[in-house]
Design a protein around this ligand. Structure first.
Ligand code: ADP
Ligand code: MG
Length: 391
């Protein structure tokens, strides 16, 4: 099934805002989802990631109120949720509204004096598919963060707003995620990636050149979610910590190719392979950034391919559906392909010449049908601008 691109417009936000709240929004803001081009399971090892903001966005309409009540509504929920700004606390927030309300709470942790600020009505709609690995969660957080930052005149910079989104997700939602998604959603630019150092939080915007080279990024959502995803993630983190401790470094980021021979001697085989994935993946992120600069985007295919092999064989987080997606896309002419995200299901990405999008998509759909797998969802994304005020 090839997904057509859903569009949420200013007009739909205005109409729904009026239907829910009986008045007009005073402004519109948007923030994009993201895809990680390369750098998987490197974030919690203090390493490098290289995501980009995508051309699917979450939009919000907002109008300030005369009282201190924050009221949020979403196209994904029948009921709106409201709370007084004075009452905001992580333990009082639950379900989907923990994302937008958690951002308001987190802004308080970064200096906003919530007790003296006006409340607001907020309506949210999104083009970012939920749970498909494109970070609808960062899109909603960052849209709300930039909107409240504007209307409350907080003047927080984008790097701080990324931390606000992360704090909301960690504390109000309770998900122990890093800062990659929010950084991409806030700092992204058209046809550019966000190269992020997860130790220093330094972020560099790097031109991708996909547009000029006639390339698109094809997302192949396998729609598979394996039950061992959560346990597998925790086990991989534990292996990485054990590997770093045994090698006497603060994090695997501090190891390089030259240290692998010593690691092979010191570590058991499984821990060694987990370590090797992280060490080589960090190097692949650096190589991708350098290769883009020196040789352009058609030259990064081998790095994407090597990333997949490393996750399949060393980190062991792929699955049959992801492997089939990657192998079929490559055989049909993709420049490079890899699984993306935490693993054990989710999506693969393939860097594809524009004219091959249709035949490669058809080949993947056919291969899944032949294997008896659930039909994947396929669509292309472009690198787009980060969060912004629309109106
Ligand atoms: P993803 O990979 O899409 O980020 P997450 O589980 O991290 O998946 O976040 C998805 C959750 O974020 C949803 O279950 C919902 O609670 C919240 N969310 C995302 N977008 C919206 C939206 N437009 N309206 C309401 N809630 C949303
Ligand atoms: Mg998320």
């Amino acid at each position: 099934m090839t997904a057509s691109r859903p569009t949420v417009t200013a007009a739909t936000i205005r109409a729904e805002f009026a239907a829910r709240f009986g008045r007009e929004p005073r402004g519109l803001w948007s923030a994009p989802g993201r895809v990680n081009l390369i750098g998987e399971h490197t974030d919690y090892n203090d390493g490098y990631v290289f995501p980009f903001a995508i051309n699917r966005r979450t939009l919000i309409g907002l109008a300030l109120r005369d009282d201190n009540v924050l009221r949020v509504a979403s196209s994904h929920a029948a009921e709106s949720v409201e709370i007084s700004l004075d009452d905001l606390a992580p333990e009082k927030l639950a379900d989907w509204s923990a994302y937008p309300l958690g951002v308001a709470w987190a802004l308080g942790q970064f200096g906003a004096r919530l007790g003296s600020l006006p409340g607001a009505d907020i309506y949210i709609d999104s083009e970012v598919p939920i749970g498909a690995g494109l970070s609808s969660s960062a899109a909603i957080e960052c849209a709300v963060a930039v909107a409240l930052n504007d209307v409350w005149h907080l003047d927080l910079d984008r790097r701080t707003l990324a931390k606000v989104g992360q704090l909301a997700e960690n504390r109000a939602v309770g998900a122990p995620t890093g800062i990659m998604d929010q950084s991409a959603s806030l700092l992204g630019e058209a046809d550019a990636g966000v190269f992020l150092d997860c130790r220093t939080l330094d972020a560099d915007v790097i031109p991708l050149g996909f547009d000029a080279a006639g390339l698109e990024l094809l997302i192949i959502d396998t729609r598979v979610s394996h039950s061992h995803a959560t346990g597998g993630y925790a086990a991989r983190r534990a292996s990485c910590e054990a590997g770093a401790a045994a090698m006497g470094v603060p994090a695997l980021r501090d190891l390089h190719d030259r240290d692998l021979a010593k690691a092979a001697e010191l570590l058991d085989d499984e821990t060694f392979r987990r370590v090797r994935h992280v060490v080589t993946e960090n190097q692949r992120v650096l190589d991708t950034v350098r290769t883009l600069r020196e040789h352009g985007p058609r030259a990064i295919g081998a790095l994407l391919d090597a990333s997949h092999v490393s996750m399949r064989d060393d980190f062991e987080i792929s699955c049959a559906e992801l492997d089939l997606a990657v192998e079929t896309a490559k055989a049909a002419g993709a420049i490079g392909a890899r699984m993306t995200g935490g693993g054990f299901g989710g999506a693969a990405i393939a860097l594809v010449p524009h004219e091959l999008v249709t035949p490669i998509s058809a080949a993947v759909e056919q291969a899944f049908a032949d294997a008896g797998y659930t039909a994947p969802t396929l669509f292309t994304v472009r690198a787009a601008a980060g969060a912004t005020r629309e109106l």
